[in-house]
Design a protein around this ligand. Structure first.
Ligand code: GLN
Length: 217
């Protein structure tokens, strides 16, 4: 499992370690050519406005292209902002491939960062965890570290909300894109979010269909 990690700015090293811990090979991505031959891509948290400045137009175009073609992606915090359809507070450009609207710094400033020990998992979330064989009788706890996180203000009809904090959507899935407004790479133990992502990547290999059963192709 070769997973690219967009490594322009932000928490890319911690994501690379987490990818290694789940048995993947993490590859730093800074140029469009580095997006070829990957099984998936991680868009880390950090500062989305800084990332936008560092993202060359060619890399933006290639990222859009591979994501629209269905490359599995894990976007976290600033990564979610980069992919959103519309970004506010302040208004900001974005790749627009994820059908949500976000408000940057929705919970306030750095001092208002917090840890939620166990997110509320929705029925769609339970189904996704079940498919990825992560339920083990009951849903695993998803610890969520929120650092100047965005708030999602609109969710498109093709987007499933997998988990919430205070009734707000914080973990979502649209096709092969998994989006978390928190930092799974900072959880104390390897986050179930990585296992969900790994499941998406394997499903994309044709090994598993969306309902979790094995395919023969
Ligand atoms: N507030 C940051 C932004 O707007 C995101 C913070 C994060 O990724 N932890 O880009």
């Amino acid at each position: 499992m070769k997973i690219g990690v967009l490594s322009l700015q932000g928490d890319f090293d911690a994501h690379a370690s987490s990818i290694s811990r789940i048995g993947g090979k993490a590859i730093q991505v800074r140029k469009p050519s580095e997006l070829s031959a990957l099984d998936g891509i991680v868009l880390p948290g950090g500062e989305s406005s800084a990332m936008l400045k560092l993202l060359e137009p060619e890399l933006i175009a290639e990222l859009q292209s591979v994501l629209l073609k269905g490359m599995p992606a894990l976007a976290t915090c600033a990564g979610v902002i980069l992919l959103a359809r519309t970004v506010h507070n302040p208004d900001q450009a974005s790749l627009g491939v994820l059908d949500i609207d976000v408000q940057r710094n929705g919970y306030g400033r750095q001092v208002d960062s917090f840890i939620e020990p166990s997110l509320r998992i929705t029925d769609e979330g339970r189904a996704a965890l079940q498919n990825a064989q992560l339920m083990n009788g009951r849903a695993p706890e998803i610890e969520a570290v929120f650092i100047r996180a965005p708030i999602i203000t609109r969710v498109g009809s093709d987007v499933d909300v997998l988990a919430q904090h205070d009734s707000q959507p914080v973990l979502l899935r649209q096709g092969s894109i998994l989006a978390a407004t928190f930092h799974p790479e900072l959880a104390r133990t390897i986050s179930p979010v990585y296992m969900l992502f790994s499941h998406l990547v394997q499903a994309d290999d044709g090994l598993i269909d969306v309902d979790g059963s094995l395919l023969l192709r």
